[in-house]
Write a protein that binds this ligand. Structure first.
Ligand code: HEC
Ligand code: HEC
Length: 440
């Protein structure tokens, strides 16, 4: 079932349903898997409310909603992941954008003063760590057929300025659809796609993200550097770093405040003995938020059989994109979890780390990934980005790309040959490739 496509005259069986039987047929991002059992729909709805909930700093009269910060980036998950879609660079959207600035020390680890991320908002009485703005560096790229395109990359500007040795890397929040299905992809199937020594000689050497730490060896698959093995871990990290909320997994109520930030450490926190687990976000609330993320479906393909889409699919294969954007997987058999069990899914990712070259590289390593390595992002739903987020569609880890073609032309490193094939395509073939991506 997961064999590569051979015939580009008609869609493959089941290709129109990227999330398998549970695919959302109405094109919506925030829909639950249609196969989600009735008993799980209630948790999905409660989790959705937590995802959209606006938290407030402590102390407040609504004890169950306080604990935000003291330093934070947003008041709700949904502020950065609007409509379960992605963020955008800070200077474009009105208000919140869903972009963050990661910080590091030259010798490794977080910045000793400001921690792992710049928090640009703070509880009353406390100063934010800084305000983030962007400068853009632009260059012109020639394409075959006389076309050309301008590519731009953001450079962060923080005021007040950061220390001269602080390392900085920009990220936007990625889309959240279908993640419960990616969690159900068998580890063996991911490992089978890895080729770290490039033994097949195709120039592509995908590597499994091997995580260590207190929980023992695990395979990383979430986060843009595949630094988290499970959704609860990823979500607890978001509560801690983005919102400044403690959970049983990350019990520090001060979130990303360092020991050097004494005013932040001394500020009121939202933990109190009357709350379940004594944490700002209980184990139960964390589970409900995870149930929501795990339950999110993926929209159906719109026109997988249109001639231009099929021509674009052939171009996608010819250019070598499937070597990383692996079209299909079958999820593991889970007798107690029919909605995510044994589904043929079409995520267009191998869930592996790839060296994408200096143009996309960050300054810091993260988890097991180098600055230049990124986990292949899933491409399902990518054509609906603008509609889902209710704003312009921006692509790549920092939202620098204003179009799908720009995103492809930034590919380097292991993906350099694929990128060059796209630049050399006849204009109509390139247009078909983009149409195919838009149909995902
Ligand atoms: C300030 C913006 C911001 C907020 C608020 C935020 N996120 Fe995110 N989220 C991000 C960014 C940036 C990333 C990418 C992190 C990385 O690159 O590893 C991310 C990644 C994720 C991922 C991993 C997606 C994947 O493809 O692996 C999940 C799941 C997630 N967030 C869920 C949440 C939840 C749930 C909340 C609320 C508790 C939340 N986020 C709040 C910015 C945010
Ligand atoms: C060597 C592996 C590899 C190959 C080959 C590859 N990609 Fe990618 N692709 C990636 C990675 C990794 C990223 C994320 C890079 C980043 O965010 O900095 C990415 C990002 C993208 C994005 C943006 C996704 C998003 O969510 O913003 C698109 C679109 C895309 N690729 C399309 C293609 C197409 C089309 C081809 C073939 C011409 C291709 N890729 C070939 C690994 C690959």
């Amino acid at each position: 079932m997961t064999r590569a496509a051979q015939d580009f005259t008609a869609p493959e069986p089941f290709e129109a349903r990227p999330a398998g039987a549970g695919t959302a047929m109405d094109g919506a991002f925030s829909a639950p898997l249609t196969t989600l059992p009735e008993a799980e729909r209630f948790d999905f709805a409660l989790g959705e409310a937590l995802f959209e909930k606006l938290w407030v700093p402590a102390p407040s009269t609504t004890r169950a909603s306080d604990g935000l910060g003291p330093l934070f980036n947003a008041r709700a998950c949904a502020s950065c992941h609007p409509g379960d879609s992605r963020g955008a660079p800070v200077d474009e959207a009105a208000g919140l954008s869903g972009m963050v600035l990661k910080l590091g020390a030259p010798g490794g680890g977080p910045d000793p003063h400001l921690g792992a991320q710049l928090q640009d908002r703070a509880a009353p009485g406390l100063a934010p760590e800084g305000a983030l703005a962007l400068e853009w560096v632009e260059e012109q790229i020639p394409l075959a057929g006389g076309e050309s395109l301008s590519l731009r990359r953001p450079v962060p500007r923080v005021s007040p300025p950061l220390g001269p040795t602080t390392l900085t890397d920009l990220r936007i929040a990625p889309q959240l659809i279908g993640l419960g299905l990616l969690e159900a992809v068998p580890e063996a199937a991911i490992r089978a796609g890895a080729d770290p020594e490039d033994r097949n000689g195709d120039g592509i050497s995908g590597r499994v993200s091997e995580l260590g730490g207190a929980l023992g060896p695990r395979l990383g698959r979430f986060g843009q550097k595949a630094g988290a093995a499970s959704l609860p871990e990823m979500i607890a990290a978001a509560f801690a770093t983005d919102l400044g909320l403690s959970t049983p997994l990350f019990p520090d109520p001060a979130g990303d405040c360092t020991a050097a930030q004494t005013a932040c450490r001394a500020a009121p926190m939202g933990e109190d003995a009357g709350l379940r687990d004594g944490r700002e976000v209980s184990a139960e609330a964390l589970d409900l938020t995870a149930a929501y993320i795990r339950g999110l479906a993926v929209p159906a393909r719109r026109t997988p059989g249109a001639p231009q889409v099929l021509a674009g699919k052939a171009a996608f294969y010819d250019a070598g994109c499937p070597a990383c954007h692996r079209p299909k997987f079958v999820t593991e058999k889970r007798p107690a979890d029919p909605a995510r069990s044994f589904q043929l899914i079409w995520p267009y990712t191998d869930l592996l780390l790839h060296d994408m070259g200096p143009g996309l590289a960050e300054t810091r390593p993260e988890a097991g990934a180098s600055g230049a390595e990124w986990r292949t992002p899933p491409l399902w739903g990518i054509g609906l980005t603008a509609a889902a987020r209710g704003g312009p569609a921006r692509f790549l880890h920092d939202g620098r790309a204003r179009s799908l073609l720009e995103a492809v032309l930034w590919h380097g490193g292991e993906a350099r040959a694929a990128r060059d094939r796209v630049a050399a395509m006849a204009p109509e073939t390139r247009a078909a490739l983009i149409r195919f991506l838009e149909s995902l």
